[in-house]
Design a protein around this ligand. Structure first.
Ligand code: AMP
Length: 236
């Protein structure tokens, strides 16, 4: 992946946007944050301040993208605003002012997918088999600083270990970017009520069949030939 590549983008007012103090609020406070070890939840903020970090796969004035350190699928990126601001803690903080930023994050995600597709086409001799991706945000993030997941739908990764991992990407706990655009327009971006989705029973994200445990689920998704469709959610 080229490190300094740029998408077509007008820098616009993103980098100069002034945030009013009253717009700021405490970092998303929830059980997942409270359980985080000191400093662990700040790791993304440290990378935003250090674009030469080896995990960075794209960077421009307004947006930075990295490889997820604990990928939950073959391809898993995090796309984030460069602006390090208290207000950019989670999807809950977004307003219509942030639509240009979100659109830019989407363009960067498209570029990452496009570049990955090219590599996959070369590896597969253009046989048409490409990874499917979804873009979205966790309803209640565990890490500080707004980050959009760009994740392939194979979920083939040793880092995907627990029910919470699985449910965070395959239930409505994962808020797709298109839903965020609608929520921002409505002025209702608080998805915290979806936290209980993490406790749901395990189901295949393609055929919806219940699975007894993670090893059985992993074996099942490897063999399940139901079309994924990329945008499908089990419970939406
Ligand atoms: P969430 O806050 O639940 O939306 O997800 C945070 C994501 O950050 C997870 O997918 C983690 O694997 C990932 N992550 C945690 N620590 C790091 C790190 N130091 N560098 C890159 N990604 C990380």
């Amino acid at each position: 992946m080229p490190r300094s590549s740029r998408v077509q983008y007008q820098p616009s007012a993103l980098g100069t946007k002034q945030r009013k103090p009253e717009d700021q609020h405490e970092p998303v406070s929830n059980k997942r944050h409270k359980n985080s070890a000191e400093g662990w939840a700040d790791a993304l903020l440290q990378i935003v301040d250090n674009p030469s970090d080896p995990s960075v796969v794209y960077c421009d004035e307004d947006v930075i993208a990295i490889k997820d350190k604990y990928p939950k699928a073959k391809h898993h990126f995090l796309v984030m605003p460069r602006q390090r601001h208290e207000r950019y803690q989670s999807v809950r903080d977004l307003t219509t002012d942030d639509v240009p930023l979100l659109k830019h994050m989407e363009r960067v995600a498209n570029k990452l997918v496009h570049d990955n597709n090219k590599v996959e086409d070369e590896e597969n001799n253009d046989n048409g088999s490409r990874s499917e991706y979804r873009y979205g945000f966790h309803a209640v993030p565990s890490m500080k600083h707004l980050h959009m997941h760009v994740i392939s739908q194979d979920f083939d990764s040793p880092c995907l270990k627990h029910k919470k991992h699985w449910n965070s990407f395959t239930t409505t706990f994962f808020v797709p970017l298109e839903e965020v655009f609608i929520a921002v327009e409505k002025g209702d971006t608080d998805f915290q009520y979806r936290e209980n989705r993490l406790k749901e029973g395990l189901k295949c994200h393609k055929c919806g069949r219940a699975q007894a445990n993670m090893p059985k689920l992993k074996e099942h998704i490897r063999l399940c030939d139901t079309a994924c469709g990329g945008k499908k959610l089990l419970d939406s």
